[in-house]
Design a protein around this ligand. Structure first.
Ligand code: BTN
Length: 275
């Protein structure tokens, strides 16, 4: 039996008409249903497809999130993976995650005038609810990145009622925020253009510009946070990010703890101005 999709499908012709990039998205692998676009993209990248090729699916049956979590991918979303071949050392890989979060937040702000913010490391929130998650994966050869897959999941027009009850208070969709269906093709074209701009900066070794944008889009600094990582919980004041993309947390005892991965929750305490 075929896949039954009630939602309007993404129109590839519209994307090709509106896309203003040089290489990102110029080649599109489109699926009505995929396991995970990141898995498909990794296979294609290993076979040598062109840099900038994107994998796009209407739904995913095995969508993956950070820290080994499941990522719900019903119809109406934008489930996208971008294949890149960056000329950067493996230690700078995190730069790609930062640039993707900046590109998504900027696109949402520009297109819908919504106050999109980045929550470390790479969630994009609107009104404190998650609207987009990013999962970057890589294949490394020696010290260099052979290819990277930037997986981006945007709850564009997804039906929030289809999410489990315990998630509903922490997620949102673009449609819910703008109170109307959003044009996924237009959003995609704008996002791919932003991605290409920021990616070019990274390739030109100008990550500091991306980082400045990232910092201006996060509300975390100066906030009391609790970070849960594989090593346990850390509580303190979020004071910055270091050169590896790790979050710097000022502990009560005055030392700074660097956390490389985990989940961060803002505590309900007054923000403290940072000096
Ligand atoms: C997270 O916030 O945990 C990251 C979620 C990333 C989801 C996207 S959807 C497209 C791509 N394919 C996947 O399986 N995951 C990413």
């Amino acid at each position: 039996m075929g896949i039954v999709c009630k939602m309007k499908l993404i129109e590839l012709e519209k994307i090709m008409e509106q896309l203003k990039t040089d290489f990102i998205g110029q080649e599109i692998k489109y699926f009505a249903e995929a396991t995970s676009t990141n898995d498909v993209a990794k296979e294609l990248a290993a076979k040598g497809v062109k840099e900038g090729t994107i994998v796009l699916a209407e739904t995913q049956t095995q969508g993956r999130g950070r820290l080994g979590r499941r990522w719900l991918s019903p119809e109406g979303g934008i489930w996208l993976s971008v294949i890149l071949r960056p000329k950067i050392p493996a230690k700078d890989f995190y730069q790609l995650t930062f640039m993707a979060a900046v590109a998504v937040a900027k696109t949402i702000r520009r297109m819908f005038k919504l106050n999109a913010e980045i929550k470390w490391p790479n969630d994009v929130l609107v009104n404190d609810r998650k609207v987009c998650g990013i999962l970057t994966e890589s294949s490394v050869r020696g010290d260099a990145v052979d290819f990277a897959v930037i997986g981006i999941g945007v709850n564009a027009n997804v039906d929030l009622a289809s999410f489990p009850k315990d998630l509903r208070s922490s997620v949102t969709s673009l449609e819910a925020e703008v109170k109307g269906e959003v044009g996924r093709e237009r959003f995609l074209c704008a996002l791919l253009k932003e991605l290409e701009n920021y990616y070019t900066m990274i390739q030109q070794k100008k990550f500091e510009f991306v980082l400045e944008e990232w910092k201006s889009l996060t509300t975390l600094f100066g906030a009391h946070v609790e970070v849960t990582s594989f090593e346990g919980k850390v509580r303190g004041l979020a004071v910055g990010v270091n050169r590896n993309g790790g979050l710097e947390v000022l502990l009560k005892n005055g030392t700074i703890r660097k956390v490389l991965s985990g989940d961060v929750v803002k505590q309900k305490q007054q923000r403290r101005p940072l000096k």
